[in-house]
Design a protein around this ligand. Structure first.
Ligand SMILES: Cc1ncc(COP(=O)(O)O)c(C=O)c1O
Length: 383
């Protein structure tokens, strides 16, 4: 972690988030607020485009490449394995639509995925006769052995969220990656609920494809997403997203030549969301400045205290208490108060959370503090 001045670094990082002046903001599993450096990067781009049109487009392209390098560093990928997408779903669609399906193949996932990781796979049923097998949670956990038991000789893909949005359970993606490698099946990870708060190493975990939009734990704007496709998988994936910029000479406009880029940019179909990429670039820079291990340790500390405090007040915590089984999400419920009542009690004190199913989801990030957790616990009535 950077600490050049030796002063209270966490306070310095926190100072980058003006949202803290008004709210105790703990909904990073929903949509995160932006830091000043992200805002300034995007405003800088808009000012440039406003005053100069595309005269400085070379700089825009350079910034996108800096962002790509940082995104690669964040997940331990090679820069040739990163493409920019508009959201998580687009990345999952490219995976789902690009496999050379045979009727009777199947996909294994969980029964608690966000729909972004369900419908692209379900849509294969009608087109190709591919079925989706959904492994249920037991005691708020996805068990690796339940997934292993669901895989058979017709399974082509395991697709799963790193962190489940509704329970906060952190899947053991290293063990799942080993399973996929041993069974020779594609491993696809929806990383949006983990990337930016817990470590993700695509090589260590044998991940083939990963997708995550910027607007949650990456602290970036919506509509600027990271897509990873392992180099050795790029030729195997049928590219269903080919556009003018997917080819080797994208700017030789009238010399049509469909030779695809020899890297993941083949999956990028056209012009970038430049303002979004300026924001994403600054957001990843901030995360790398702090370092993901430092962020993970801090957030797990905050959520551990939160869980203890909620239990002491009589609430039922649905998220695992084991550090390795959770990331930044804590979900809790009570028989006495509805999720809406709890949510509103907190909202009235400017504490921002989210209702999810039968519970309330609290999702702090590194710039939240122990005293904000104490304040939240103080506001909650005992059960
Ligand atoms: C696990 C998960 N995947 C995907 C998404 C959103 O997908 P997209 O980036 O395509 O909007 C969410 C948003 O809540 C999510 O929780």
């Amino acid at each position: 972690m950077n600490n050049p001045s030796g002063c209270n670094t966490w306070q310095n990082w926190r100072d980058e988030f003006p949202v803290t002046e008004t709210y105790i903001y703990m909904n990073h599993a929903g949509v995160a607020p932006l830091s000043r450096r992200v805002q300034e990067a995007m405003v800088g781009f808009m000012e440039d485009a406003t005053l100069h049109g595309a005269v400085h487009a070379d700089l825009w392209a350079e910034t996108a490449e800096v962002c790509r390098t940082r995104a690669a560093q964040l997940i331990n990928a090679d820069v040739t394995e990163i493409a920019f997408m508009k959201n998580t779903t687009q990345g999952i669609l490219i995976a789902a639509n690009g496999i050379d399906w045979q009727a009777g193949d199947n996909v294994v996932t969980t029964a608690v995925e966000f729909p972004a990781n369900v419908y692209p796979w379900w849509s294969l049923k009608e087109r190709y006769g591919v079925s989706t097998r959904m492994v249920p949670e037991r005691d708020g956990r996805i068990h690796v052995e339940d997934i292993a038991a669901m895989i058979d000789e017709r399974t082509r893909v395991l697709t799963i969220s790193h962190v489940e949005f509704a329970s906060g359970f952190r899947n053991d993606i290293k063990a799942l990656g080993e399973l996929c490698q041993a069974r020779d099946i594609w491993f696809v990870v929806d990383a949006i609920q983990g990337l930016g708060v817990v470590e993700v190493d695509v090589k260590l975990c044998n991940i083939d494809i990963l997708a995550a939009d910027g607007h949650k734990w990456l602290l970036a704007p919506e509509g600027a997403a990271i897509f990873y496709c392992a180099n050795e998988r790029q030729e195997q994936l049928i590219n269903t997203n080919i556009g003018w910029s997917s080819v080797v000479n994208p700017r030789d406009f009238l010399n049509y030549d469909l030779t695809q880029q020899p890297n993941a940019t083949r999956f990028e179909e056209g012009s970038y969301n430049s303002v979004g990429l300026y924001g994403l670039n600054a957001a990843i820079e901030l995360l790398l400045d702090i370092s993901i291990p430092a962020i993970e340790e801090r957030v797990l500390g905050l959520t551990a205290r939160l869980i203890d405090g909620l239990q002491a007040k009589g609430y039922r915590v649905l998220t695992s208490k084991t550090d390795s089984e959770r990331a930044g999400i804590v979900i809790f419920e009570s028989d006495r108060y509805t999720p809406t009542e709890i949510y509103e009690t907190l909202y009235n004190e400017n504490i921002i959370t989210a209702e999810r199913g039968s519970g309330v989801r609290i999702s702090p990030h590194f710039y939240n503090t122990a005293s904000e957790i104490e304040r939240l616990l103080e506001v909650l009535p005992a059960v």
